[in-house]
Design a protein around this ligand. Structure first.
Ligand code: ADP
Length: 448
């Protein structure tokens, strides 16, 4: 096992990774920016080091500085969390070169999945179904129109290097391409440093269903069941649940085995997530996230497997101790992302100081958070306050517990999406589990 792990991240996920370390007897190191001097995660760590000013480009994205701290303090592993450098193959390579274990897949695997076009091609080769579309970059409007007419409208233009729901546009007709292609190319260039775009069929009324996988260095891989993440705003997840209400044992086996095949095809190791769109009995590979996901908590709740500890064990070379037949589902879990954002103003972030704070608790409730009373949510980073997860023996019980926990949760000082979550959970269509990625738009759910 590692002796000392540096967590190259902040907030709740830094604490999550450090909790896993602590349980395994591994010393922890935090790195923090100017804005995070007094943050909880920096206090939680055994050691904490300042790495730079608030903008992430000068702190949490400063690879050389982070590696220098790791070397100076004698860390033998780096946990990247999610976001920031977690899916940066250059960073993984720099860790490898510095003799520090990057707690995640190899830089090569990250690189293959980091480009959506390269990932699609690798999946086609491995016999994994992908959304109909192009397997190469699309450069001109004429080319785009030709492709779209062959696959049929509507289509979606996507940035190959895209992430976080940024760099996507739906096109319904030939005229729709007028400025769309160029605009996505320039968004992609400025957000991801890569203007490459491609075109896919826009799958109508899909569900987003993803499979958690774990793979070791020795070719062993398992799927740790699925999560349904259809409740999204701006193509970003807001509420997730596990298992999926549409899943059957046969479909789970088929999708799960496909996810494992996808991972094996690129020699993947560590924890990862294979995302699919599901529509009318068919499923299509969307992308693979080569890191621990925000929503991993609900998988932990229904399977009892500690994914963060598994990441550490796999990274230090242990053989996967879990066999597919050992993994079973107990009950149901839901996660609500509690954000400082205004649902009545298009979910705009609402950073500021938390004046009163009391988190929820009681049976079946898990709160992963990096905030406290008096904490200031910084405009420099994401607006997450916490992840509220609820477990129940049935879906109904999980929903009822979540509703009760949302009622208990007190956050004063910033606008939060708690009232919005309450409205979704009360919605009869949600309660029936009839979910699609259009749920929020279709039902125009607004505050109490
Ligand atoms: P990102 O990497 O930005 O998260 P994804 O490719 O994972 O992008 O897509 C995010 C979300 O966008 C999906 O969950 C889905 O709601 C929507 N989406 C992406 N591609 C398609 C598609 N071809 N058809 C319909 N919806 C899509």
């Amino acid at each position: 096992m590692f002796k000392k792990v540096l967590v190259a991240n902040r907030g709740e996920i830094a604490i999550r990774a450090m909790r896993a370390c602590r349980e395994l007897g591994v010393a922890t190191v935090a790195v923090f920016s100017e804005a995070d001097r007094n943050a909880l995660f920096a206090k939680y760590a055994d050691e904490a080091y300042y790495i730079g000013p608030a903008p992430s480009s000068q702190s949490y994205l400063n690879m050389d500085r982070i590696i220098q701290v790791a070397l100076e303090c004698g860390a033998d592993g780096i946990h990247p969390g999610y976001g920031f450098l977690s899916e940066n193959s250059t960073f993984a390579k720099k860790c490898e070169d510095a003799g520090i274990v990057f707690i995640g897949p190899s830089s090569h695997a990250i690189e293959q999945m980091g480009s959506k076009i390269a990932a699609r091609n690798a999946m086609v080769k491995a016999g994994v179904p992908v959304v109909p579309g192009t397997n190469k970059a699309v450069a001109s409007e004429e080319e785009a129109i030709e492709i779209a007419s062959s696959i049929g409208y509507p289509v979606i233009i996507k940035a190959s290097a895209g992430g976080g729901g940024i760099g996507m546009k739906i096109v319904h007709s030939k005229e729709g391409f007028k400025h769309a292609l160029q605009s996505i190319q320039s968004v992609a260039a400025s957000a991801f440093g890569d203007p490459t775009v491609f075109i896919e069929k826009y799958v109508e009324e899909p569900r987003h269903i993803e499979f958690q996988i774990l793979a070791d260095k020795y070719g062993n891989a398992v799927y740790v069941m699925e999560r349904e993440c259809s409740i999204q705003r701006r193509h970003q997840k807001l509420i997730e649940e596990a298992p999926s209400p549409v899943m059957t044992p046969e479909l789970r086996k088929q999708m799960g085995e496909t996810a494992v095949r996808a991972a094996k095809a690129i020699g993947y190791e560590n924890a990862g997530t294979v995302e699919f769109l599901y529509s009318k009995g068919n499923f299509y590979f969307l992308e693979m996230n080569t890191r621990l996901q925000v929503e991993h908590t609900i998988t932990e709740m229904i399977t009892g497997i500690d994914l963060a500890k598994q990441q550490l064990r796999i990274a230090c070379g242990e053989k996967l101790s879990i066999k597919q037949e050992d993994i079973s589902i107990r009950g149901w879990a839901i996660e609500c992302r509690i954000n400082a954002e205004d649902p009545l103003n298009d979910f705009a972030p609402s950073p500021g100081k938390i004046r009163r704070y009391r988190s929820a608790g009681g049976p079946g409730i898990r709160v992963d958070s990096g905030v406290h009373m008096g904490y200031t949510i910084s405009p420099y980073y994401d607006s997450m306050i916490s992840k509220l997860s609820a477990w129940g023996q049935t879906r109904e019980e999980a929903i009822d517990r979540m509703k009760r926990a949302l009622y208990e949760y007190v956050v004063v000082g910033v606008t939060t999406n708690i009232p919005f979550h309450k409205a979704v959970l009360r919605n009869p269509v949600f309660r029936e589990g009839r979910l699609t990625t259009h749920f929020i738009d279709d039902y125009k759910i607004i505050e109490d």
